[in-house]
Design a protein around this ligand. Sequence first.
Ligand SMILES: Nc1ncnc2c1ncn2[C@@H]1O[C@H](COP(=O)(O)OP(=O)(O)OP(=O)(O)O)[C@@H](O)[C@H]1O
Length: 418
Amino acid sequence: MAYICICTRFRPLNSKVDDESICISCSDSQSFTLKDEKDEQYVFSFDKVFYEDSEQADVYEFLARPIVRDAVNSINGTIITYGQTGAGKTYTMEGGNILEIDDRKKGLLPRVVDELFEAINLCDDTTTYKIKLSMVEIYMERVRDLFDLSKGNIQIKEQKGHGILFSGVTEMLISDGEEALKFLSKELTNEKRVSTGKLVLVDLAGSEKVEKTGAEGRVLEEAKTINKSLSALGNVINALTSSPHGKANHIPYRDSKLTRILQDALGGSSHTALLCCCTPSLCNSSESIHPTLWSKNELAAQLLISGRAKHIKASLHVSCEEDMSDNNQETSLSPNDMKPKLREKLDAETLNLIEEEFVVDGLLSDPGLNEEVKSNHEGISMALETTGGVYCTKTPEAWKLRPHGRKHQTSLSRLLLR
Ligand SMILES: Nc1ncnc2c1ncn2[C@@H]1O[C@H](COP(=O)(O)OP(=O)(O)OP(=O)(O)O)[C@@H](O)[C@H]1O
């Protein structure tokens, strides 16, 4: 099943484009508190939060290195940076520039390339590798070959044994670590078998609200197309992760060029990392809370929901195994069995919060919960049914129902049951 890791990164404040006020504060390495212009607070949780002082190497180690290692073993991988314009997507992906020589500033791309070549050099002589590099841009739903601009409408095809391909795209065979995107082919010569690992690095377009930019004409059309692609990506990930074993009846890959290209890098046994890039500035807090970035176009909300549900499933599985190890049983605990076990594992403060604030699917419930709030959780609950996971959340609608002046516990939270 696909594994999805979701992180967020804040770039340092930039006095030229940001106001002086910082709207985020560190809670811990997995969550942060964000204060909006009305002084409301929200706590968001991720697999990892990289704060302003984080190093490029930290991001690489946590987010990219496991994916690169898998790619060498023929497991497809995708690394995507997304977020509003100027939030640090390209800086994270490339560094100061793509041929960055300052090691501290080197982005994910040069590090990925370095590690791929290192891994290849360590392999035994019976294995030969071919690394081919292509570079494309999706613009207004057309795929353009960035190594040959005369190829302005590359077709996307699916080929047995190779998955999704760009038909006729320029491919450069490379033999050292100075190039950008990679397609890695691994030949097991002794078995006369070829297996391929595809590694895709995506620097998405800015995700801000169209109204905020005041875009018109062609720029407006571009922005609308971009938002459609982002929504399509969210829908695909949601479909993949909300169905048992990733086998949904229909995964809408064909809804955009972006999702079609990522089809075999997102589905199957692939490994995906999403890095949500944000600015710490108060003037951008609305972008960072919900409009396009986290819930209004539902991309991030869906991505986060998917990610949380998966992680919770994994955690739950481990916990159950530990709990039942004495009598050597499998993991099918009933909600009643789980409840005291959950209680044992949670500290009192967390438990109070859950009972007061959230519906915890099938395990703990709040009998006094307003029907309207309950209905806001339907989508989340559906995702949970298929994962058997435990998941708490508040949708933006639910926040509005909260008594005024209390601290809002976020859009998306999770319980770790370890
Ligand atoms: N972590 C960081 N540390 C230092 N500078 C950063 C960091 N992240 C971003 N910056 C700087 O902030 C500016 C904007 O970053 P960047 O161009 O990466 O944004 P972007 O999200 O890719 O924007 P766009 O959507 O326009 O492509 C750049 O000058 C970049 O060098």
